[in-house]
Design a protein around this ligand. Structure first.
Ligand code: FEO
Length: 395
């Protein structure tokens, strides 16, 4: 759809209302959008990012509707195909256009889309190009969330085009975000799934983005932020050190023994004033799980032994936690087994990036007995002490 942002500046991307999975991995219950921005200067015309190849026809239709006969620059902030995948079609329609991007992104676009090297105009950090009355300045911002990512700033009107950064998977025909809980939840889900592993870099970027004092932040997924402080403040909290007094318990149970341990732990923690967030790994919503990881200090993974190793869903959960690199301070593992195995070793091997303290694993043979449940109670006590040490509970 076409929406006017300012004189000569339009959002010309596509809303993907019905998409429910991203990268064949991430659930997106509210769909998504691929925002592409047309900027018409007195001399040159630029297109900032394109759309997913599935929606190329919509982008081209929008450009036709606006009567765009010439595009001089296709600015690529990020090489991932949901933003770059329509560049070849745009170049075919507008053969005079050059792809403007940084050296790293150029290489990636050549590999991913086979765009010929001579089609590029390479820019460095803080370089500018003039469209005639409109100046675009480029800021390299690697690792949000690929190594080649950059941001584009329209200097005169102070609009910052951030591609994935500050985006949300939220299909809407509203150009600007409402400042409500729903918008914030989608943005947090996006941050948790995509950006959380890079929070150290993002922390640094927030500082200089505030100094730029953009009037609008325009990501390439979801609505634009007319009050940039709303999303900057939210990101500052998510990337910061704040933790909540809660324990995540991803679990799976085959015959109920491990579940008994989980239930006992939930009660024991509740009695100590600690919130628990259990996730049945048979039905896990990866996005919600990632969101809960944003400020969780403690995680206890619970799973039974299958044959000689841990249940494969536990490996899946541990792999995700490891990839998302949350702020966890304490990690435990518990589960039931029949005759042996190496469940705890398998789980720990998957969690190598975490800078957390690991509790001794609690493994129970068969159905938990009273003495086993007492040990679960002891795990709760250790968590309680840790949360007190972290100043998450008073007294
Ligand atoms: Fe929206 Fe990293 O692509």
């Amino acid at each position: 759809m076409i929406q006017k942002i300012a004189d000569g500046v339009f959002s010309v991307g596509s809303v993907h209302w019905e998409r429910r999975v991203f990268d064949e991995l991430i659930p997106i219950p509210d769909g998504t959008s691929y925002n592409s921005f047309l900027i018409v200067g007195e001399e040159k015309t630029a297109l900032i990012d394109t759309v997913d190849p599935e929606k190329t026809h919509e982008l081209l239709k929008n450009l036709d509707k606006l009567g765009v006969e010439r595009i001089d620059y296709v600015i690529s902030n990020h090489a991932e195909q949901d933003h770059s995948g329509s560049i070849p079609a745009v170049l075919e329609k507008y053969p005079m256009a050059k792809v403007v991007t940084n050296p790293k992104c150029r290489g990636m676009l050549m590999d991913l889309l086979h765009i010929p090297g001579e089609k590029f105009l390479v820019v460095e950090d803080k370089e500018e190009i003039s469209l005639g009355g409109k100046t675009l300045k480029f800021f390299l911002a690697p690792w949000v969330h690929w190594p080649e990512t950059m941001l584009t700033f329209w200097v005169e009107e102070k609009i910052l085009f951030t591609c994935d950064l500050f985006g949300s998977h939220f299909a809407t025909s509203r150009l600007y975000a409402e400042e409500d809980a729903k918008v914030l939840e989608d943005a947090k889900r996006y941050y948790a799934e995509i950006m959380m592993p890079f929070r150290a870099q993002i922390k640094k970027y927030i500082g200089w983005i505030r100094e730029l004092s953009p009037k609008i932040i325009a990501p390439s997924h979801g609505p634009l932020w007319k009050n940039p402080n709303f999303i900057l403040d939210a990101y500052e909290e998510w990337v910061g050190d704040r933790l909540s007094n809660k324990v995540l318990i991803p679990y799976i149970s085959m015959h109920g023994s491990t579940k008994q341990m989980v239930d006992w732990l939930i009660d024991a923690l509740a009695e100590r004033g600690i919130e628990t967030v259990p996730f049945d790994l048979g039905k896990i919503d990866l996005g919600r799980f990632a969101m809960e990881l944003v400020d969780a200090p403690t995680l206890v993974l619970a799973a039974p032994t299958v044959l000689v190793g841990v249940h494969p869903m536990a490996i899946y959960a541990a792999y995700l936690v490891n990839a998302l690199r949350p702020k966890l301070k304490l990690v435990g593992f518990m589960g039931s087994y029949g005759w042996g195995g190496k469940a705890a070793e398998h789980v720990k091997a998957q969690l190598s990036t975490l800078k957390a303290e690991f509790l001794p694993p609690l493994l129970v043979k068969g159905l938990p007995r009273q003495q086993d449940l007492k040990k679960v109670e002891e795990v709760a006590e250790v968590i309680y002490e840790k949360h007190r040490e972290l100043n998450l509970i008073g007294g």
